[in-house]
Design a protein around this ligand. Sequence first.
Ligand SMILES: [Zn+2]
Length: 94
Amino acid sequence: MTIQKFQKQIEDIYFTRDFARGIPLTFTWFVEEVGELAKEIRREPQNIERLREEFADVLAWLSTLASLLNISLEDAAEIYADGCPKCHATPCKC
Ligand SMILES: [Zn+2]
């Protein structure tokens, strides 16, 4: 799945509800999901399947925020297409 397809998929599933909730509240949900990812990263022993789910959730909330703000994640990712955005090197030499 491409980033663009993922963003469209998340829009199809959640955009109406997320639009009604609004950006500020949706952002707090995103932060909450980041917190859940942090907990899963710290869990011993690590559970790869749960980690994978938490990464998916964080990505979904990030994606819906981008959609609410009319940002294409695909376009945003392009900023890194030619290496580090500051020094343009891969790996970064900053
Ligand atoms: Zn750099």
